[in-house]
Design a protein around this ligand. Structure first.
Ligand code: FE2
Length: 322
C-alpha cells in the first residue's frame, strides 16, 4: 500500500511482533479520506518493550497496523534471515531439514516482494538462499518424494516460484552439475516468474476463464521478468535467460521468442520442465490437481514436443527412483 506521497507501507497484525526484533520502528494506522489513503504515525515501538505493545493494541482497539517498507526490509534482514542462517550454522541438519526450514522463509519473502509494488531491493534478501540450498544437496541430493513432501501445492505465485526453484535445483543436482551451477539454476528458478508482478492483478488473479487478450497479457511476463532482473544489475546471464526463456518450447512453439532446441538456454530448458510440472501438481482455480505420476504422463503424452527429451528423461528417472 502506498500513501499520497508514494511511501510504501506493509500491513501487519499482532502476530508479526511475536518474534524477537532488533531496533525500533514506527507503527502507523490507515486513514482514508476522499478516496486517498494516508498513514498516520501512531507510535514508535521498541520491540523489547512488550508491555507497551500491549497497551498500544488495547488503546487503538485494532489488530491491524502498518510499518514502512524500509522497516520491513530491516525486519527480514536482521531478524528472519539472521536467525535462519544462525540456526542452519548451529544445527546439524539433514538436507531435508535444511530445505524444509528455508522454504517458508523463501515463500514469505517472495510474497512480500510481489505484494509491495516498488520494492526491488527486497529481492536482495534472497541472495544467500540459493547457495544455502545448493550446499545442502552435496554430497546427497534429496529424493524426489522428500522434496515433494516439502513443496506446498497452493496456486500462488510465491509458492510456484519457490517450488520451481527447488525442482530446478534438484534436477540440476541430478544431472551432476557443480555447486555453483546448481546455485545459479536454483536462483533462476526462484526468480523466473518474477515478471508476473508487472501483470495487472485483475488479469493475473482472474477467477473466470481467461480471454485471448488476458492470455497475451500474461505471456508478457518472461520479457518483463528478464528486463526487471537485468535492470537490477546483480544477476547472471543464466538467471536472466531462465526468466526470459522458460516458456520457450523445444519444438519452437513456445513464447515469446519462438526459439527451439539448443537455441534455448540449457537452464531455461530445465526451468520449463520444473514450471510445467509444478503447475500441474498445484491446486488451480479451475482444472484438476495431478499426482506426480499423472503429471509426468501428461507431460510425456500430451506435451512431449515442448521439452528437451534428454532432460525430461532425467526428470522421469529422478521422480521414479525411490
Ligand atoms: Fe512463467
Amino acid at each position: 500500500m502506498t500513501d499520497s506521497e508514494g511511501t510504501e507501507f506493509k500491513r501487519i497484525t499482532r502476530t508479526f511482533f511475536e518474534k524477537e526484533w532488533q531496533g525500533t520502528f514506527d507503527i502507523f494506522y490507515e486513514v482514508s479520506a476522499d478516496g486517498e489513503k494516508n498513514y498516520v504515525k501512531f507510535a514508535e515501538f521498541d520491540p523489547r518493550d512488550y508491555s507497551r505493545l500491549d497497551a498500544i493494541f488495547k488503546e487503538k482497539q485494532s489488530e491491524v497496523f502498518y510499518i514502512k517498507e524500509t522497516d520491513l526490509y530491516k525486519y527480514y534482514q536482521f531478524n528472519i534471515l539472521k536467525h535462519l542462517l544462525l540456526e542452519l550454522a548451529q544445527e546439524n541438519y539433514s538436507p531435508w531439514e535444511v530445505v524444509r526450514t528455508v522454504y517458508p522463509v523463501v515463500t514469505r519473502l517472495l510474497q512480500d516482494y510481489l505484494e509491495i509494488s516498488t520494492s526491488d531491493t527486497f529481492l536482495e534478501l534472497l541472495d544467500e538462499i540459493p547457495e544455502v540450498l545448493s550446499e545442502s544437496l552435496f554430497p546427497n541430493n534429496l529424493s524426489f518424494f522428500e522434496l515433494f513432501a516439502i513443496t506446498q501445492k497452493e496456486n500462488t505465485i510465491q509458492t510456484h516460484c519457490a517450488n520451481v526453484g527447488l525442482y530446478c535445483l534438484s534436477l540440476a543436482r541430478e544431472l551432476e552439475m557443480n555447486r555453483k551451477d546448481c546455485e545459479e539454476i536454483c536462483r533462476g528458478g526462484l526468480l523466473a516468474d518474477i515478471g508476473k508482478k508487472s501483470i495487472p492483478r485483475e488479469v493475473m488473479f482472474k477467477e473466470t476463464a481467461l480471454t485471448e487478450k488476458d492470455r497475451q497479457t500474461i505471456r508478457r511476463h518472461p520479457a518483463f521478468g528478464k528486463k526487471m532482473l537485468n535492470e537490477m544489475k546483480r544477476y547472471s546471464n543464466t538467471v536472466l535467460r531462465m526468466a526470459g526463456e522458460h516458456h520457450e518450447n523445444f519444438d519452437g512453439t513456445g513464447y515469446p521468442l519462438k526459439i527451439a532446441g539448443n537455441n534455448i538456454d540449457f537452464a531455461a530448458r530445465i526451468c520449463k520442465i520444473a514450471d510445467v510440472f509444478n503447475a500441474l501438481t498445484c491446486r488451480r482455480t479451475y482444472g484438476e490437481l495431478l499426482s506426480p505420476e499423472q503429471a509426468l504422463t501428461f507431460m510425456k503424452e500430451k506435451m512431449k514436443g515442448q521439452f528437451d527429451p534428454e532432460l525430461l528423461t532425467a526428470f522421469f528417472i529422478y521422480v521414479d527412483r525411490q
